[in-house]
Design a protein around this ligand. Structure first.
Ligand SMILES: Nc1ncnc2c1ncn2[C@@H]1O[C@H](COP(=O)(O)OS(=O)(=O)O)[C@@H](OP(=O)(O)O)[C@H]1O
Length: 403
Protein backbone atom coordinates (compact mmCIF):
# COMPACT_ATOMS: atom_id res chain seq x y z
CA UNK A 1 0.00 0.00 0.00
CA UNK A 2 2.84 2.34 0.84
CA UNK A 3 4.28 1.60 -2.51
CA UNK A 4 1.02 2.37 -4.18
CA UNK A 5 0.94 5.78 -2.60
CA UNK A 6 4.57 6.25 -3.56
CA UNK A 7 3.79 5.40 -7.17
CA UNK A 8 0.99 7.83 -7.25
CA UNK A 9 3.18 10.62 -5.95
CA UNK A 10 6.02 9.87 -8.35
CA UNK A 11 3.94 9.61 -11.45
CA UNK A 12 2.94 5.98 -11.16
CA UNK A 13 6.45 4.41 -10.57
CA UNK A 14 8.45 5.16 -13.71
CA UNK A 15 11.33 6.96 -11.98
CA UNK A 16 12.64 4.22 -9.68
CA UNK A 17 15.76 6.15 -8.67
CA UNK A 18 13.72 8.99 -7.23
CA UNK A 19 11.38 6.81 -5.21
CA UNK A 20 13.23 7.06 -1.87
CA UNK A 21 13.15 10.90 -1.75
CA UNK A 22 9.35 11.34 -1.92
CA UNK A 23 8.97 8.61 0.68
CA UNK A 24 10.99 10.68 3.14
CA UNK A 25 9.02 13.82 2.38
CA UNK A 26 5.76 11.92 2.73
CA UNK A 27 6.84 10.57 6.09
CA UNK A 28 7.84 14.06 7.22
CA UNK A 29 4.49 15.44 6.07
CA UNK A 30 2.67 12.72 7.96
CA UNK A 31 4.69 13.39 11.12
CA UNK A 32 3.87 17.11 10.83
CA UNK A 33 0.16 16.41 10.32
CA UNK A 34 0.11 13.98 13.21
CA UNK A 35 1.87 16.46 15.50
CA UNK A 36 -0.58 19.22 14.50
CA UNK A 37 -3.49 16.86 15.08
CA UNK A 38 -2.28 16.06 18.62
CA UNK A 39 -1.69 19.79 19.23
CA UNK A 40 -5.25 20.56 18.19
CA UNK A 41 -6.66 17.81 20.31
CA UNK A 42 -5.18 19.50 23.37
CA UNK A 43 -7.24 22.57 22.43
CA UNK A 44 -4.21 24.78 21.79
CA UNK A 45 -5.02 25.63 18.19
CA UNK A 46 -8.74 26.57 18.58
CA UNK A 47 -8.22 30.29 18.74
CA UNK A 48 -6.04 30.67 15.69
CA UNK A 49 -7.33 27.91 13.46
CA UNK A 50 -9.39 29.11 10.54
CA UNK A 51 -13.06 28.24 10.82
CA UNK A 52 -13.79 25.58 8.26
CA UNK A 53 -17.08 24.39 9.58
CA UNK A 54 -15.64 24.59 13.06
CA UNK A 55 -16.63 26.55 16.18
CA UNK A 56 -15.45 30.13 16.16
CA UNK A 57 -15.82 32.84 18.71
CA UNK A 58 -17.10 35.89 16.89
CA UNK A 59 -15.85 39.03 18.62
CA UNK A 60 -16.08 42.35 16.82
CA UNK A 61 -12.75 44.04 16.30
CA UNK A 62 -11.87 46.26 19.19
CA UNK A 63 -14.63 44.89 21.31
CA UNK A 64 -14.33 44.95 25.06
CA UNK A 65 -15.21 41.91 27.05
CA UNK A 66 -17.89 42.20 29.68
CA UNK A 67 -16.49 42.51 33.12
CA UNK A 68 -13.79 44.91 32.00
CA UNK A 69 -13.05 48.08 33.91
CA UNK A 70 -15.65 49.89 31.82
CA UNK A 71 -18.39 48.00 33.53
CA UNK A 72 -19.75 49.41 36.73
CA UNK A 73 -19.48 46.98 39.57
CA UNK A 74 -22.54 46.44 41.68
CA UNK A 75 -22.66 48.52 44.84
CA UNK A 76 -21.09 46.88 47.87
CA UNK A 77 -23.30 44.30 49.47
CA UNK A 78 -25.03 43.40 46.21
CA UNK A 79 -24.86 40.01 44.66
CA UNK A 80 -22.31 39.27 41.96
CA UNK A 81 -23.83 40.04 38.57
CA UNK A 82 -24.12 36.46 37.40
CA UNK A 83 -25.07 37.47 33.87
CA UNK A 84 -21.85 39.33 33.56
CA UNK A 85 -20.06 36.11 34.21
CA UNK A 86 -22.10 34.13 31.74
CA UNK A 87 -22.90 36.57 28.98
CA UNK A 88 -19.32 37.15 27.95
CA UNK A 89 -18.26 33.56 27.78
CA UNK A 90 -17.02 32.43 24.41
CA UNK A 91 -19.70 30.45 22.69
CA UNK A 92 -19.56 28.46 19.55
CA UNK A 93 -21.29 29.46 16.38
CA UNK A 94 -21.54 28.02 12.94
CA UNK A 95 -21.17 30.19 9.88
CA UNK A 96 -23.99 30.58 7.45
CA UNK A 97 -26.86 29.55 9.68
CA UNK A 98 -29.66 31.84 10.66
CA UNK A 99 -30.50 32.19 14.31
CA UNK A 100 -33.83 33.64 15.04
CA UNK A 101 -37.21 32.64 13.77
CA UNK A 102 -36.57 33.20 10.08
CA UNK A 103 -40.21 33.17 9.09
CA UNK A 104 -40.94 36.01 11.47
CA UNK A 105 -43.93 34.04 12.64
CA UNK A 106 -45.08 34.78 16.16
CA UNK A 107 -43.59 32.42 18.67
CA UNK A 108 -45.68 30.47 21.14
CA UNK A 109 -45.60 33.36 23.64
CA UNK A 110 -47.05 35.67 21.03
CA UNK A 111 -43.91 37.78 20.64
CA UNK A 112 -42.64 38.45 17.20
CA UNK A 113 -38.99 39.33 17.67
CA UNK A 114 -38.87 41.20 14.39
CA UNK A 115 -41.78 43.33 15.48
CA UNK A 116 -40.25 43.93 18.86
CA UNK A 117 -36.99 45.30 17.62
CA UNK A 118 -35.99 46.02 14.07
CA UNK A 119 -32.35 45.91 15.08
CA UNK A 120 -32.59 42.52 16.64
CA UNK A 121 -29.82 41.26 14.37
CA UNK A 122 -28.65 38.10 16.00
CA UNK A 123 -25.01 37.25 16.00
CA UNK A 124 -24.94 33.66 17.07
CA UNK A 125 -26.80 30.47 16.68
CA UNK A 126 -27.92 28.21 19.45
CA UNK A 127 -25.04 25.83 19.86
CA UNK A 128 -24.37 23.99 23.07
CA UNK A 129 -21.06 24.54 24.80
CA UNK A 130 -18.39 21.95 24.40
CA UNK A 131 -19.30 18.81 26.22
CA UNK A 132 -22.98 19.71 26.42
CA UNK A 133 -25.51 17.56 24.65
CA UNK A 134 -28.53 19.44 23.39
CA UNK A 135 -31.67 18.04 24.89
CA UNK A 136 -35.09 19.53 25.35
CA UNK A 137 -35.03 18.62 29.00
CA UNK A 138 -31.99 20.77 29.58
CA UNK A 139 -33.23 23.76 27.62
CA UNK A 140 -32.75 26.15 30.49
CA UNK A 141 -31.78 29.79 30.11
CA UNK A 142 -28.35 29.11 31.53
CA UNK A 143 -26.99 26.59 29.10
CA UNK A 144 -25.77 28.73 26.25
CA UNK A 145 -28.83 28.56 24.03
CA UNK A 146 -30.28 31.62 22.42
CA UNK A 147 -28.59 34.67 21.04
CA UNK A 148 -27.48 38.08 22.17
CA UNK A 149 -29.93 40.80 21.30
CA UNK A 150 -30.29 44.46 22.02
CA UNK A 151 -32.52 44.98 25.02
CA UNK A 152 -36.16 45.32 24.07
CA UNK A 153 -36.81 47.03 27.40
CA UNK A 154 -34.55 49.27 29.47
CA UNK A 155 -34.99 50.55 33.01
CA UNK A 156 -33.75 54.07 32.35
CA UNK A 157 -34.25 55.63 35.78
CA UNK A 158 -34.29 57.04 38.23
CA UNK A 159 -31.28 56.77 40.47
CA UNK A 160 -32.36 55.65 43.96
CA UNK A 161 -35.90 55.07 42.72
CA UNK A 162 -35.90 51.33 43.37
CA UNK A 163 -34.41 50.22 40.05
CA UNK A 164 -32.39 47.36 41.52
CA UNK A 165 -35.42 45.93 43.30
CA UNK A 166 -37.43 46.10 40.07
CA UNK A 167 -34.74 44.38 38.04
CA UNK A 168 -34.21 41.62 40.60
CA UNK A 169 -37.96 41.04 40.83
CA UNK A 170 -38.21 40.88 37.04
CA UNK A 171 -35.40 38.37 36.79
CA UNK A 172 -37.61 35.86 38.54
CA UNK A 173 -39.69 35.75 35.37
CA UNK A 174 -38.63 32.91 33.08
CA UNK A 175 -39.13 35.09 30.02
CA UNK A 176 -36.83 37.84 31.20
CA UNK A 177 -33.06 37.80 31.05
CA UNK A 178 -31.20 40.84 32.25
CA UNK A 179 -27.68 42.07 32.55
CA UNK A 180 -26.78 42.13 36.24
CA UNK A 181 -24.55 45.19 36.31
CA UNK A 182 -25.27 48.62 34.88
CA UNK A 183 -23.58 48.85 31.46
CA UNK A 184 -23.80 52.69 31.24
CA UNK A 185 -23.67 52.34 27.48
CA UNK A 186 -25.90 55.25 26.50
CA UNK A 187 -24.18 57.68 28.84
CA UNK A 188 -20.53 56.73 29.42
CA UNK A 189 -19.61 53.94 27.03
CA UNK A 190 -21.35 54.92 23.82
CA UNK A 191 -18.05 55.12 21.96
CA UNK A 192 -17.66 51.38 22.38
CA UNK A 193 -20.28 50.88 19.69
CA UNK A 194 -23.50 48.93 19.44
CA UNK A 195 -21.78 45.59 18.81
CA UNK A 196 -19.98 45.94 22.11
CA UNK A 197 -23.26 46.70 23.82
CA UNK A 198 -25.09 43.75 22.33
CA UNK A 199 -22.22 41.49 23.20
CA UNK A 200 -22.68 42.36 26.88
CA UNK A 201 -26.20 41.01 26.88
CA UNK A 202 -27.14 37.59 28.17
CA UNK A 203 -28.34 35.13 25.59
CA UNK A 204 -32.08 35.00 25.15
CA UNK A 205 -34.45 32.71 23.36
CA UNK A 206 -36.90 34.35 20.97
CA UNK A 207 -39.60 34.01 23.59
CA UNK A 208 -37.55 35.94 26.14
CA UNK A 209 -36.96 39.63 26.68
CA UNK A 210 -33.47 41.06 27.06
CA UNK A 211 -33.20 43.84 29.64
CA UNK A 212 -30.72 46.10 31.36
CA UNK A 213 -30.95 48.92 33.87
CA UNK A 214 -28.88 52.07 34.08
CA UNK A 215 -30.70 54.74 36.12
CA UNK A 216 -28.49 57.61 34.94
CA UNK A 217 -29.92 57.34 31.41
CA UNK A 218 -33.00 59.26 32.51
CA UNK A 219 -30.96 62.43 33.15
CA UNK A 220 -28.56 62.02 30.21
CA UNK A 221 -29.32 64.46 27.42
CA UNK A 222 -28.12 62.16 24.62
CA UNK A 223 -29.67 58.94 25.95
CA UNK A 224 -33.14 59.26 24.31
CA UNK A 225 -31.68 59.91 20.86
CA UNK A 226 -29.16 57.10 21.22
CA UNK A 227 -31.73 54.59 22.39
CA UNK A 228 -34.06 55.71 19.61
CA UNK A 229 -31.27 55.10 17.11
CA UNK A 230 -30.80 51.59 18.48
CA UNK A 231 -34.51 50.87 18.27
CA UNK A 232 -37.50 53.19 18.35
CA UNK A 233 -39.49 50.22 19.70
CA UNK A 234 -37.55 50.04 22.95
CA UNK A 235 -39.80 49.94 25.98
CA UNK A 236 -38.72 52.36 28.66
CA UNK A 237 -39.32 51.87 32.36
CA UNK A 238 -38.85 54.68 34.84
CA UNK A 239 -39.07 53.97 38.55
CA UNK A 240 -39.91 57.24 40.24
CA UNK A 241 -39.94 58.06 43.91
CA UNK A 242 -40.82 61.15 45.93
CA UNK A 243 -38.03 63.51 44.79
CA UNK A 244 -37.40 64.71 48.36
CA UNK A 245 -36.84 61.17 49.68
CA UNK A 246 -34.92 60.33 46.54
CA UNK A 247 -32.57 63.30 47.11
CA UNK A 248 -31.95 62.19 50.69
CA UNK A 249 -31.35 58.62 49.54
CA UNK A 250 -28.87 59.90 46.95
CA UNK A 251 -27.11 61.97 49.60
CA UNK A 252 -27.01 58.99 51.98
CA UNK A 253 -25.29 56.92 49.33
CA UNK A 254 -22.61 59.58 48.73
CA UNK A 255 -22.19 60.05 52.48
CA UNK A 256 -21.55 56.34 52.90
CA UNK A 257 -18.58 56.67 50.53
CA UNK A 258 -17.45 60.14 51.68
CA UNK A 259 -18.01 60.51 55.43
CA UNK A 260 -16.55 64.05 55.35
CA UNK A 261 -19.36 65.23 53.04
CA UNK A 262 -21.01 68.53 54.12
CA UNK A 263 -24.51 68.28 55.55
CA UNK A 264 -27.50 67.72 53.28
CA UNK A 265 -28.72 71.16 54.15
CA UNK A 266 -25.42 72.81 53.24
CA UNK A 267 -25.51 71.18 49.81
CA UNK A 268 -29.19 71.67 49.07
CA UNK A 269 -29.22 75.46 49.52
CA UNK A 270 -27.09 78.06 47.85
CA UNK A 271 -26.44 80.09 51.00
CA UNK A 272 -28.47 79.22 54.05
CA UNK A 273 -31.83 77.50 54.42
CA UNK A 274 -33.42 80.77 53.47
CA UNK A 275 -31.45 81.04 50.21
CA UNK A 276 -32.43 79.49 46.89
CA UNK A 277 -32.27 75.76 46.33
CA UNK A 278 -29.15 74.66 44.51
CA UNK A 279 -30.43 72.96 41.39
CA UNK A 280 -26.89 72.39 40.18
CA UNK A 281 -26.53 69.70 42.83
CA UNK A 282 -27.36 66.42 41.09
CA UNK A 283 -29.25 65.09 44.11
CA UNK A 284 -31.73 67.93 43.62
CA UNK A 285 -31.67 68.11 39.82
CA UNK A 286 -32.46 64.44 39.21
CA UNK A 287 -35.81 64.85 41.01
CA UNK A 288 -37.13 67.42 38.52
CA UNK A 289 -38.69 64.54 36.59
CA UNK A 290 -40.90 66.66 34.32
CA UNK A 291 -37.87 68.42 32.85
CA UNK A 292 -36.05 65.20 32.05
CA UNK A 293 -39.15 63.59 30.65
CA UNK A 294 -39.60 66.48 28.21
CA UNK A 295 -36.30 65.50 26.62
CA UNK A 296 -37.42 61.88 26.21
CA UNK A 297 -40.77 62.83 24.72
CA UNK A 298 -38.95 64.45 21.80
CA UNK A 299 -38.07 60.92 20.69
CA UNK A 300 -40.54 58.49 22.23
CA UNK A 301 -44.31 58.68 22.61
CA UNK A 302 -45.74 58.28 26.09
CA UNK A 303 -47.00 54.80 25.15
CA UNK A 304 -43.40 53.56 25.15
CA UNK A 305 -43.04 54.42 28.86
CA UNK A 306 -44.05 52.75 32.04
CA UNK A 307 -43.72 54.79 35.20
CA UNK A 308 -43.35 52.59 38.22
CA UNK A 309 -44.02 53.99 41.66
CA UNK A 310 -40.98 53.42 43.86
CA UNK A 311 -43.25 53.70 46.91
CA UNK A 312 -45.69 51.06 45.66
CA UNK A 313 -42.82 48.79 44.72
CA UNK A 314 -42.20 48.64 48.48
CA UNK A 315 -45.79 48.68 49.78
CA UNK A 316 -47.31 46.44 47.08
CA UNK A 317 -44.56 44.77 45.04
CA UNK A 318 -46.87 42.19 43.46
CA UNK A 319 -49.35 44.85 42.33
CA UNK A 320 -46.63 46.98 40.77
CA UNK A 321 -45.02 43.93 39.17
CA UNK A 322 -48.38 43.08 37.62
CA UNK A 323 -48.32 46.40 35.77
CA UNK A 324 -44.74 45.87 34.69
CA UNK A 325 -45.45 42.38 33.32
CA UNK A 326 -48.48 43.67 31.42
CA UNK A 327 -46.44 46.49 29.93
CA UNK A 328 -43.76 44.06 28.78
CA UNK A 329 -46.34 41.71 27.28
CA UNK A 330 -45.41 38.99 29.73
CA UNK A 331 -47.61 36.46 31.37
CA UNK A 332 -48.29 37.46 35.00
CA UNK A 333 -45.94 34.98 36.60
CA UNK A 334 -44.61 37.18 39.42
CA UNK A 335 -47.33 37.44 42.03
CA UNK A 336 -47.66 37.99 45.77
CA UNK A 337 -46.53 34.39 46.25
CA UNK A 338 -43.03 35.50 45.33
CA UNK A 339 -42.64 38.07 48.11
CA UNK A 340 -42.45 38.22 51.85
CA UNK A 341 -41.96 41.26 54.02
CA UNK A 342 -38.70 41.16 55.93
CA UNK A 343 -39.30 42.99 59.22
CA UNK A 344 -35.61 43.48 59.95
CA UNK A 345 -34.90 44.90 56.54
CA UNK A 346 -38.18 46.78 56.40
CA UNK A 347 -38.63 45.86 52.75
CA UNK A 348 -40.21 43.19 50.62
CA UNK A 349 -37.80 40.42 49.71
CA UNK A 350 -37.93 37.54 47.28
CA UNK A 351 -38.81 34.07 48.53
CA UNK A 352 -36.91 32.50 45.64
CA UNK A 353 -34.70 34.86 43.67
CA UNK A 354 -33.54 33.83 40.22
CA UNK A 355 -31.05 31.02 40.42
CA UNK A 356 -31.60 30.35 44.11
CA UNK A 357 -34.06 28.51 46.26
CA UNK A 358 -33.29 30.57 49.37
CA UNK A 359 -35.14 33.75 50.27
CA UNK A 360 -33.10 36.85 49.64
CA UNK A 361 -33.29 40.58 50.28
CA UNK A 362 -31.31 43.20 48.43
CA UNK A 363 -27.87 44.03 49.81
CA UNK A 364 -26.89 46.47 52.53
CA UNK A 365 -26.66 49.38 50.12
CA UNK A 366 -30.42 49.17 49.55
CA UNK A 367 -32.75 50.25 52.27
CA UNK A 368 -30.14 52.15 54.28
CA UNK A 369 -31.31 54.34 57.16
CA UNK A 370 -31.40 57.98 56.13
CA UNK A 371 -30.01 60.81 58.27
CA UNK A 372 -32.54 63.04 60.01
CA UNK A 373 -33.19 66.18 58.05
CA UNK A 374 -34.62 69.34 59.61
CA UNK A 375 -38.37 69.63 58.97
CA UNK A 376 -37.96 73.18 57.63
CA UNK A 377 -35.53 71.89 55.04
CA UNK A 378 -37.96 69.14 54.06
CA UNK A 379 -40.77 71.65 53.80
CA UNK A 380 -38.79 73.92 51.50
CA UNK A 381 -37.87 71.03 49.29
CA UNK A 382 -41.46 69.85 49.06
CA UNK A 383 -42.50 73.35 48.01
CA UNK A 384 -39.72 73.49 45.47
CA UNK A 385 -40.71 70.19 43.84
CA UNK A 386 -44.50 70.65 43.97
CA UNK A 387 -44.95 72.46 40.61
CA UNK A 388 -42.60 70.03 38.88
CA UNK A 389 -44.46 67.10 40.41
CA UNK A 390 -47.79 68.48 39.23
CA UNK A 391 -46.39 68.87 35.74
CA UNK A 392 -45.08 65.32 35.89
CA UNK A 393 -48.47 63.94 37.00
CA UNK A 394 -50.06 65.82 34.12
CA UNK A 395 -47.55 64.57 31.57
CA UNK A 396 -47.80 60.95 32.67
CA UNK A 397 -51.48 60.91 33.59
CA UNK A 398 -50.55 59.39 36.95
CA UNK A 399 -50.76 60.88 40.42
CA UNK A 400 -47.92 59.53 42.51
CA UNK A 401 -49.24 61.10 45.69
CA UNK A 402 -46.10 62.89 46.77
CA UNK A 403 -47.87 66.15 47.62
N1 LIG B 1 -37.34 45.46 48.09
C1 LIG B 1 -36.47 46.44 48.31
N2 LIG B 1 -35.37 46.23 49.06
C2 LIG B 1 -34.50 47.24 49.29
N3 LIG B 1 -34.64 48.48 48.78
C3 LIG B 1 -35.71 48.72 48.03
C4 LIG B 1 -36.67 47.73 47.77
N4 LIG B 1 -37.63 48.27 47.01
C5 LIG B 1 -37.29 49.54 46.80
N5 LIG B 1 -36.15 49.82 47.42
C6 LIG B 1 -35.51 51.14 47.41
O1 LIG B 1 -34.53 51.13 46.39
C7 LIG B 1 -33.69 52.23 46.71
C8 LIG B 1 -32.44 52.16 45.90
O2 LIG B 1 -32.81 52.47 44.59
P1 LIG B 1 -32.00 51.96 43.33
O3 LIG B 1 -31.91 50.49 43.37
O4 LIG B 1 -32.66 52.55 42.14
O5 LIG B 1 -30.58 52.60 43.58
S1 LIG B 1 -29.43 52.82 42.53
O6 LIG B 1 -29.74 54.01 41.76
O7 LIG B 1 -29.32 51.61 41.70
O8 LIG B 1 -28.22 53.01 43.37
C9 LIG B 1 -33.48 52.10 48.19
O9 LIG B 1 -33.19 53.38 48.70
P2 LIG B 1 -32.66 53.62 50.19
O10 LIG B 1 -33.79 53.25 51.08
O11 LIG B 1 -32.34 55.04 50.26
O12 LIG B 1 -31.48 52.74 50.37
C10 LIG B 1 -34.79 51.53 48.69
O13 LIG B 1 -35.58 52.45 49.35
Amino acid sequence: MGCGILRLRTGCGHLGALRAQPLVSLLLTMICLFTYFIYCLTGSCCESAPAIGSFTARQPAGSVRPGSALMDPLPPGESVPRDLLTSGSVQGNLPGLSVSNPSGAPNPRGHNPQERNHLNGTTDIPVPRYGQEPSLGSLSVHNGYGSKKFPQAVIVGVKKGGTRALLEFLRVHPDVRALGAEPHFFDRCYDQGLDWYRNLMPRTLDSQITMEKTPSYFVTMEAPRRIYNMSRDTKLIVVVRNPVTRAISDYTQTLSKTPSLPSFQALAFKNTTTGPIDTTWSAIRIGIYAKHLENWLKYFPLSKFLFVSGERLVSDPAGEMGRVQDFLGLKRVITDKHFYFNETKGFPCLKKPEGSSKPRCLGKSKGRPHPNIDTKVLQRLREFYRPFNMKFYQMTGQNFGWD
